[in-house]
Design a protein around this ligand. Structure first.
Ligand code: TMP
Length: 207
């Protein structure tokens, strides 16, 4: 098995994952650990092309094709970047991982949790994170935060609030089913409060 530590961040669009991720990277680096900060989709060269197709291509993408494209990105990401970094003993922190597919495609696109989970587990050959941090926020509030940035919404971000509320509920269910792997953070708190809670849990993993 792997030597490193594997952490994923999850949540609907607009909850503030990247700020928390940046701060956690800083924390590990201050403790002398080498960190591989990455993301899905788009953590590799191939992944960046897949990300472009998924988020910026004009026209429809059938839900099963969408699920398979995310799975293809993930399979390549894990094989070429995540596993090698873990084998070198690094801390891998990823902005999204397979739970995004279970929540967005399984629930948001109504493809079903179990099928999408099986597909994702095939893609990663069974590799699960040691810790998954869920930043949880009401879908209306997350939409307001996204609008405030003024950035042009991508294909997924154009979905209705109801879609995101379904995704949010799916995440909460996944977290409740596997409390040992998940940490649920209330994303209405301050940046500092959220980071303190994340660091407190991470300390327990450092041993
Ligand atoms: P982000 O990198 O800005 O979070 O954008 C990725 C988008 O893709 C986001 O809307 C969530 C979505 N997504 C899925 O629907 N399924 C997946 O498996 C992943 C990784 C992301």
């Amino acid at each position: 098995m792997t030597e490193g530590l594997f952490i994923s961040f999850e949540g609907i669009d607009g909850v503030g994952k990247s700020t928390q991720l940046d701060l956690l990277v800083q924390y590990f680096e201050e403790h002398g650990r080498t960190v591989c900060r990455t993301l899905e989709p788009g953590g590799t060269d191939l992944g960046r092309e897949i990300r472009e197709l998924l988020l910026h291509r004009k026209g429809d993408v059938a839900p099963r094709a969408e699920a398979l494209l995310y799975a293809a990105d993930r399979a390549h990401h894990v094989a070429s970047k995540v596993r090698p970094a873990l084998e070198r003993g690094e801390v891998v922190i990823t902005d999204r991982y397979l739970d995004s597919s279970v929540a967005y495609q399984g629930s948001g696109r109504e493809l079903g949790f179990d099928q999408v989970r099986d597909l994702s587990m095939f893609a990663v050959d069974g590799l699960l994170p040691h810790l998954t941090v869920l930043l949880d926020l009401d879908a209306t509030k997350a939409a307001a935060r996204r609008n405030k940035t003024g950035a042009e919404p991508d294909r997924l971000e154009r979905e209705k609030t109801e879609f995101f509320e379904n995704v949010r509920q799916a995440y909460l269910k996944l977290a409740a089913d596997e409390p040992n792997r998940w940490l649920v953070i209330d994303a209405e708190q301050s940046v500092h409060q959220m980071q303190s809670q994340i660091r407190a849990r991470v300390q327990g993993l450092l041993g």
